[in-house]
Design a binder for this molecule. Sequence first.
Ligand code: NDP
Ligand SMILES: CC(C)CCC[C@@H](C)[C@H]1CC=C2C3=C(CC[C@@]21C)[C@@]1(C)CC[C@H](O)C(C)(C)[C@@H]1CC3
Length: 621
Amino acid sequence: MPSRKFAEGEVVRGRWPGSSLYYEVEILSHDNKSQVYTVKYKDGTELELKESDIKPLKSFKQRKSGSTSSSPSRRRSSRSRSRSRSRSPGRAPKGSRRSVSASYQADAKEKEMRREILQVKLTPLVLKPFANSVSVYNGEPEHMEKSATPPKNKQERVILSTEDSYIATQYSLRPRREEVKTKNIESEEQNLVTRGPVPLGTFQVTTPQRRDLEFGGVPGALLIMLGLPACVFLLLLQCAQKDPGLLQFPPPLPALRELWEARVCGVYLLWFFLQALFSLLPVGKVVEGTPLVDGRRLKYRLNGLYAFILTSAAVGTAVFWDIELYYLYTHFLQFALAAIVFSVVLSVYLYARSLKVPRDELSPASSGNAVYDFFIGRELNPRIGAFDLKFFCELRPGLIGWVVINLVMLLAEMKVQERSAPSLAMTLVNSFQLLYVVDALWFEEALLTTMDIIHDGFGFMLAFGDLVWVPFTYSLQAFYLVNHPQDLSWPLASVIIALKLCGYVIFRCANSQKNAFRKNPTDPKLAHLKTIPTSTGKSLLVSGWWGFVRHPNYLGDLIMALAWSLPCGFNHILPYFYVIYFTALLIHREARDEHQCRRKYGLAWEKYCQRVPYRIFPYIY
Ligand SMILES: NC(=O)C1=CN([C@@H]2O[C@H](COP(=O)(O)OP(=O)(O)OC[C@H]3O[C@@H](n4cnc5c(N)ncnc54)[C@H](OP(=O)(O)O)[C@@H]3O)[C@@H](O)[C@H]2O)C=CC1
Ligand SMILES: CC(C)CCC[C@@H](C)[C@H]1CC=C2C3=C(CC[C@@]21C)[C@@]1(C)CC[C@H](O)C(C)(C)[C@@H]1CC3
């Protein structure tokens, strides 16, 4: 077993990536396999360093000045406060006498140090307009609140103008990844990626694999994985009951041989691969995702709306040719089982292939624990050639499948209740959810900046969520209405429509405002908005929708969720399952995002939280 030099909790000095500067750090953990230490700088920045980049405290002479920098970020902010006072460790104490050659050497050394400081200082700039996936230092913001203006502050711009051509290609701070595997990267499918600045330095910085696990850690992940399929069956069985009250026991689950039907599996596979085929069609624009930690940007083809139109044409043709879509309703449980099995098989495949990918390509959410990683996903962007599995699954088979299921429920309602037209309640549920899905496909590009794409890997959570949870539980209201007719009056329907529109306006405006701001912070249309600068170069909106609550888009989404349930009346709680689950999901998601933003933006985030104290519900939460 390889020996380790430093113990957990030990305070040592760690080299700052790309420089020869050492800062006081605490050893958090050591990974035997990769032989790297996870260390924490005094400002909270966590990095992984090789043993050769760590020195015991005693190997450094203690300076008398007391100006020990705790981390480059600290030093950076202190430098911006008092630029005349160098805090570089190599600087001779004030007033010390120097010989000419000593002075020359000291000057040369200082120059070198200053160059390194600039490199470190400028590092975040290399990735900054889109540093979503990069955990840059989280120190104090260097400038004051202002209206939306370009992200670079003056100081940074001045330095860039003199040194940019040199510095911008010298280092990119890659605090979450292993050694740059330049060769690996170059041999990868060149046509699928574009490169950001390619780092020349080969310093070893790795992504700390998470120790503070989300979702209740390993036991939580296990419980969710076992509980979710059971929950889906429970909901569907209950919903099919005449009286789906909470106090009613659901009917027993049919025997496995009744649930497992080869024909259903065939239809499911056909559906999945048809959607995959649609997504590969060379139509729709190709855009770049946010930069990965090595500066590369993956390319994505946006043709979700085309896929939706083609699917609608296929479903229309099926209806025209009297193909029994009702089969989906009568075999709903069987389809759910087929989707569950498929998502499990997919998760196993995803986990197995992730064992072969370089560490560079693992998700920042992965932990090194097999069970947890199977759940959260180990690989960040699993691809087969140009086909991005996560991006595809997130929007296509499940989301479009949800609309098809809703339509089938509408047809089933007419058949079961012998109606010549669908009920008002069913029409509302179908239209509301159709609008939601079309919106998601219309703004497909926005998916590229979500936590699912940037942070979470592709594992059981998203495979199951996308392929089972979304189509089979989000369609619960329509499923419920098939056997539980509601007489919805027009005045009540109007109130519900108004509520839906209100939620949609909040959801869409908030998302569009943030997306437009992230795309172009100098957009004149956003010039009236107030922002807080952050030390990553990105700013945070503090007025407009994002000054109202910290997650206005979640608020809009929840209002819409309520509007989807109300047409089902108040007899049972089951149609409200989505609102209840979704509230819990978004509260948890908000906490996860908050955690990530606090790490990313540090004090600037604190300031934002002070300015905008409510998270989702104004004056409540
Ligand atoms: N129907 C469903 O089942 C689900 C729907 N959703 C919906 O998906 C959409 C996307 O949600 P989600 O991915 O969670 O995240 P958000 O779209 O809310 O994005 C959060 C990110 O926005 C940036 N940000 C936060 N505050 C500000 C600010 N004040 N100014 C500028 N940027 C800010 C930060 O990233 P950075 O600074 O790095 O840009 C933060 O990480 C939402 O509308 C949500 O309702 C989500 C989950 C499930
Ligand atoms: C139950 C599990 C533990 C959690 C599963 C969560 C998933 C169902 C959701 C995670 C994020 C999602 C998003 C959408 C659907 C639900 C999942 C997959 C989304 C595609 C819905 C449409 C929106 O407009 C969106 C912004 C594109 C959504 C992105 C996130």
